[in-house]
Design a protein around this ligand. Sequence first.
Ligand code: GRF
Length: 192
Amino acid sequence: MKKVVVFASGSGSNFQAIIDAVNAGEIQAEIAGLISNKSEAGALQRATNNSIPTTVCSPEQFESTADYEKVLLQKVESWKPDLIVLAGYLRKIPDQIIAAYRGSIINIHPSLLPKYGGKGFYGMNVHRAVLENNETESGCTIHIVDEEFDQGPIIAQSKVAVHSDDTPEILAKRVLHEEHKLLPATIKKFLN
Ligand code: GRF
């Protein structure tokens, strides 16, 4: 059975979409663990509800960055992932992890990359910028993670229309709905 490790910082609705696809047998894999940098992340509860092991790990808990990176890498290695999924993870993945799992870490981003990616483009900032620029379409992108934020090779994209009366919140919801379909489908393809 292939193993997937998920990183999430937020409510974890994308993580839930993965759990649901695994439980439905659409993704034939085991979610070996969830890592969050935030002890209050909703994703942690979703993991617990599904008996998925969790770890909270953030640099603030350690005396040095080196200690943090070592512990994080050890944790990931202990779960022996075939695929690592960043599902709303708001911290940079340490370079050692990227090097150890190069090509096997994917991230979902709520815009049509390369547009609206990189530093500062996260959460509602992305949707606000899309509306400020009067874009007529937006969407979500899944890409391979490398050392640069939101810049690795794109492997899947899904588009939505932007309406003239959209608020960032309404647009975010429309994009998120697509994310919940694109992420499980892409994981399935990746593992095959
Ligand atoms: C999603 O829009 C994801 O693309 C972005 O953060 C949001 C996370 O939502 N990186 P959730 O925690 O999966 O509900």
